[in-house]
Structure formats: C-alpha cells, structure tokens
Design a protein around this ligand. Structure first.
Ligand code: TXA
Ligand code: MG
Length: 318
C-alpha cells in the first residue's frame, strides 16, 4: 500500500525516524522526487540499490542542507567553491574527491574515490535533511531505467510500498546537472536542470566533455546508460505529425492541433522541462490503454533543451 505523507511537522518526524531506522522514504526536491536513505548506513544504501534494481556500479548522490555540511563530505577546489556559492541550494550536483574522514558509506560512491553532493532548494527536502541531521543518498525515486517521478503520485504508482513525503509537483522537473570538480578541469557529467551556459558563465571557462565512448567513462560518468528514463511505450523523436497509432507530444506555438499534449505552447524551455516527465508518465499510461505509441516534436537544443533532448534520446532507445 502506498502511503502519501503530509509534509507537516508530524510527517517530517515520521520520515526522519524511518531514515534513522535504515528505511527508505521518497522525498520531494525541486528537480525530481528522490528515494532517500541514511548515507552513513551501508545496509540502508544497499536497500536503495535493491528497491531500484540498480546496477551496483552506479553511485548515488548525497544530499545535505547546506555548504557547511557539504564540506565535511567533499574537497572543494576553486571551481567547486564558485559553483556552490552561486548555485546552492539548487539543481546542481558537484562530484568531488571524498574527504579523508567522509562519514558517507563507501557503497554510496560504488567504489570510486569521489562523491556526488547536492544541496536541494525544495523546502520539504531542506526540512527533512535538517530534521534527520545526517546526509541522505537519494537517487531518483523510480525503478532503474524507468521515467523519473516529478509528482508524489508517480512514486506511489511505481514503488507502492514506499512512504512518500508529498511536496507537490517538482518546479524544475529534470534531474540536477552534474559537474565534476576534480583536478583543474571541470567536467560536464550530466545535463540537467541548470543550463551549461549558466555554469560556464559562473566559471568563466568552458566545461570539458566526457565523450560517450571515453575509456574512463564508466569511472567518470557511470550513470550514462543508453536506455534510461524510458516510458513503456515506444517513443519516436523529431516527429512533425502523428501516425495513426501514435500519441503526439507537441512543443511551441506551431504544434498541430492533433497533439495529445504540449510541453510548452509558448515555447518556454523551463516550462517544457517542468512538464516533461509528468507528460511522459500521463501519456505512457494513455498509450498503454489505447494500444498506441508515443511521438514527440523536435525540441530546440538551447538552454535546458540540452537536458530535455538527452532524456528523450535515452527514452527513445529500444
Ligand atoms: O536531481 C537529482 O540529481 C535527483 C534528485 C533526487 O536529487 N537525483 C538523481 O540521482 O538524479 P540518480 O541516482 O538518479 O542519478 C545520479 C547520477 C548518476 O548518473 C550517477 O552515475 C552519477 O549521478 N554519480 C553519482 N556519483 C557519482 C560519482 N562519484 N562520479 C560520477 N558520477 C556520479
Ligand atoms: Mg535517475
């Protein structure tokens, strides 16, 4: 039975208690809902991998309420300092070398000597992290390979046994962008809810790419599985119109009237990002009942479009 929990003082205390006991709870953030567990307990982290059916080599993001707590976990170089000062709390994850006395269990890093750290801005995430008082690992609260949840109900549908702290619809709706601040180079590890342009403007330099075929890729960006963020229905990209057996997702003012949904009629990238996963969840369910497939119009590549197109390419892999 799924349990939606109100994010009031009582609900927060209940969830902090679950975390202390090594249990998983789903937590809202401004990007997507996360499946949270105590980052200092190996058993609790192992449960998260099992619940998500996640390959053990794919490490998790550790969430803390502020920069001061983050400093206990990771070593900040100059670039990391700049990015944290400008974008935390917010939709940015930094991959940093672990501190020598990092309290986070090594299982969260899946054998790497780095740790992914994020300070979420969502009030409920902040309240839960402060009520709990320890770092929390939280991958997106979906079974591995499925669509990320941007509403409490999405989690309840995919992971019915998990208590879900209800924080409403996620304002950004795309996972955090991930930047590696390791030596002197800053690496673009995942396009997400903060645009590459904003990050490069803050750093005053361009981010280094990790090519998809790079030998070290498994170590640098272990999460780049080709099929990921996938609806159950087949998805066709760059569609101009719908075929008879398709539900079409539109974008912008020129979308044809037959569209089943429009990510943003006014062509706004932030709105499209916020609508992406909820639209895919809803139309995937509709496609299943109608025996149809999904198609989506071309989305421009600028700003958050890079992250939207990254998710769509992975969703469309068969
Ligand atoms: O917005 C988000 O980031 C959400 C919310 C819940 O915070 N979380 C999220 O977590 O998207 P997840 O587990 O679905 O994605 C984490 C990504 C994976 O691609 C993983 O490979 C990468 O972060 N990652 C984690 N630790 C890493 C590390 N040490 N080095 C490189 N990549 C890492
Ligand atoms: Mg995920």
């Amino acid at each position: 039975m799924s349990q939606l929990i109100d994010a009031d003082a009582k609900g927060l205390a209940t969830c902090a208690d679950h975390l202390r006991q090594g249990e998983a709870v789903a937590m809202p953030t401004e990007t997507v809902y996360g499946l949270a567990a105590d980052a200092t307990q190996g058993d609790a982290i192992a449960k998260i991998y099992a619940l998500k059916n996640r390959p053990q080599f794919n490490p998790l993001i550790c969430h803390v309420p502020d920069l001061e707590n983050a400093r206990q976990l990771g070593v900040f170089n100059a670039a990391a300092e700049k990015l944290a000062a400008q974008f935390w709390p917010g939709p940015l994850t930094l991959v940093l070398p672990r501190t020598p006395d990092c309290p986070v269990h090594p299982l969260a890093s899946a054998g790497l000597d780095t740790l992914a750290i994020r300070v979420p801005a969502h009030r409920v995430a902040q309240d839960l992290l402060r009520a709990f008082g320890r770092p929390v690992v939280a991958p997106s609260a979906n079974p591995s390979g499925r669509l990320s949840p941007s509403q409490a109900g999405h989690v309840a549908a995919m992971l019915p046994d998990i208590p879900v702290l209800d924080g409403g619809a996620c304002a950004i709706g795309l996972e955090s962008s991930i930047v590696g601040c390791l030596d002197t180079a800053s690496l673009w590890l995942r396009a997400g809810g903060l645009s590459r342009e904003a990050i490069e403007a803050c750093l005053g330099e361009t981010l280094d790419e990790v090519p998809e075929t790079h030998d070290g890729e498994a170590k640098l960006a272990p999460g780049r599985l080709a099929r990921h963020y996938a609806p159950k229905a087949a998805l066709r990209l760059n569609a101009e119109t719908a075929q008879a057996d398709e539900l079409l997702i539109g974008f912008g003012a020129k979308a044809p009237a037959i569209c089943a949904a429009n990510l943003s009629a006014k062509g706004d990238m932030a709105e499209a990002a916020a609508q992406l996963f909820s639209t895919l969840h809803a139309l995937d369910a509709l496609a299943e009942t109608q025996g149809k497939r999904l198609a989506i119009m071309a989305i421009p590549e600028d700003g958050l479009g890079e992250a939207i197109n990254d998710r769509l390419r992975r969703a469309a892999q068969s």
